[in-house]
Design a protein. Sequence first.
Length: 244
Amino acid sequence: MSDRREFFKKIGVLGLSGIATKLVSNEQLNALENLGKQSVSSTPFILPSLPYAYNALEPFIDEQTMMIHHTKHHQAYVDKLNKAIENMGGEFVLELSFKTISKADAAIRNNGGGHYNHSLFWQLMKPNPASKENKPSGKLAELITRDFKSFDDFKKEFTEKSTKIFGSGWCWLIEQDGKLKITTTSNQDNPLMDVAAEKGKPVLALDVWEHAYYLKYQNKRADYITNWWNIVNWDKAEALYHSK
């Protein structure tokens, strides 16, 4: 066991693994801006706190949805992931597991992805009480224009792809070989996993599972996506792009 623990310390984290596997506080979550500098943490995983109140994203996402999504759905992923790891025995590096997730137990794939994806998703949103126009700036804005012709073209493509996901899943903006690309994954998969059709470093993530929007929008996923653009945290997306 000590040799295995030492191995994990030496290899560090891979890809986007600056998000430590044990996300335990707002301080750690805010460290997304310093991805690549955190060390690997051991299990058990715990539910990370949100960096805002449950009602802070209104009127775009309602308080009840946020509370249920965070304390019920995300908490369930954490609990089931810990149970699956307990059954395996030993320590576990979440991001490292994504590299060979096709060989992992379904409980690890589904709940590990669920915990990782949601921990990222919460940080990629922020309150916008004044409903001000919300656009990226800086290097990320330049790259979006370079790779999609304009922000409006990017927004249109991202919206279309996320709307058309069949069933449950996620829409992503990723960095792949120096370029930005929009891709989707089903269920709780993500672009760091070896099962992903398009692999890359996550820059932006949108949850389109029904539990993310159904209380407010019912079956109108397109309305949820339209309103979500108002609360995208472009500062976090920029930090993710620049992370190692």
